[in-house]
Design a binder for this molecule. Structure first.
Ligand code: PDD
Length: 276
């Protein structure tokens, strides 16, 4: 398949960016991931609105919704063998002729996009393990920045502990995973962190809230704390690539009986039905 770089459609090996690109030198860039099911983008307008919000937050002037929607369609058309997958967009502030902390003038952003295959989940994923970690990231986690060093260090620590994701907290207040949002179920109600600057407000999170409300479930967008984990009935993570992932264990704590809970299963079924 071909990738998109600054207006050109080229083989991935041929895609080259300047060493003076501010994305490379300062991690000054934004990315977005849009799922495509059966060659149709899923919740694309929401992903693209978030991309625009993040670009505005760091002052990169980039094309609007119509450009991105057309680019999604072109990526799908230029990769005819991919049935379902993930579109990846990355926009950096661009390149100058040398390294300057501040840009020396108006800049042309570097725009890179790919479409890679993904296996769709139709079954219920096995309940997985997460591990509690101190959320060492910065205070603008609402910006979908390519500066992912904090997330990467936390993911590596989780891997060392045999967990699929770190479950992050700030002074006991649970924020999210390193590339996912969490949902807790307690006494029949759902809790998920509020969409403030401490989390990346997932589009899957938004969709699962909507599906839960349609099922008549109460969703509280309220902080949930480490101290409450012992009272948990169910826990799951959401993201574009994981969809709805049941969690059966937090470090040495088994969540309920370690199986996929009833509410989680209901939401997995509703999610699968919504992507057909
Ligand atoms: N990650 N929180 C963080 C920190 C994330 O990086 C992501 C997504 C999410 C979930 O967002 P969404 O439901 O919109 O995918 C939450 C993407 C998938 C990634 O890093 O590849």
């Amino acid at each position: 398949g071909l990738v998109y770089l600054n207006g050109d459609w080229i083989a991935p090996e041929a895609a080259k960016v300047s060493v003076f690109d501010r994305g490379f030198l300062f991690a000054e860039g934004i990315y977005e991931v849009v799922p495509v099911y059966h060659r149709r983008p899923f919740l694309a307008e929401h992903h693209l609105a978030r991309l625009t919000r993040s670009l505005e937050a760091i002052g990169i002037e980039a094309p609007g919704q119509a450009f991105w929607l057309a680019l999604v369609d072109d990526l799908i058309a230029n990769n005819p063998s991919i049935e379902s997958g993930l579109v990846y967009f990355q926009v950096t502030r661009g390149a100058e002729s040398k390294r300057n902390h501040l840009p020396q003038g108006p800049m042309t952003p570097t725009i890179f996009a790919t479409f890679t295959p993904m296996q769709l989940h139709w079954d219920t994923p096995a309940p997985a393990k997460v591990t509690l970690c101190d959320d060492i990231r910065w205070l603008r986690c609402d910006i979908k920045s390519v500066s992912l060093l904090g997330n990467q260090l936390l993911k590596q620590e989780a891997q060392r502990r045999g967990a699929i994701e770190p479950l992050l907290h700030r002074d006991g207040r649970i924020t999210e995973g390193a590339s996912s949002n969490y949902f807790a179920v307690k006494q029949g109600e759902i809790y998920t962190a509020p969409a403030d600057h401490l989390i990346l407000a997932g589009i899957t999170r938004m969709w699962v809230i909507e599906l839960a409300q349609r099922l008549g479930l109460k969703v509280n967008e309220q902080p949930f704390h480490v101290a409450e984990l012992g009272e948990l009935d169910e826990l799951f993570l959401t993201s574009s690539s994981r969809e709805v992932q049941p969690i059966g264990q937090i470090d040495d704590i088994i969540v309920a009986d370690g199986r996929c809970g009833k509410v989680t299963q209901q939401l997995i079924d509703a999610f699968h039905a919504s992507k057909r």
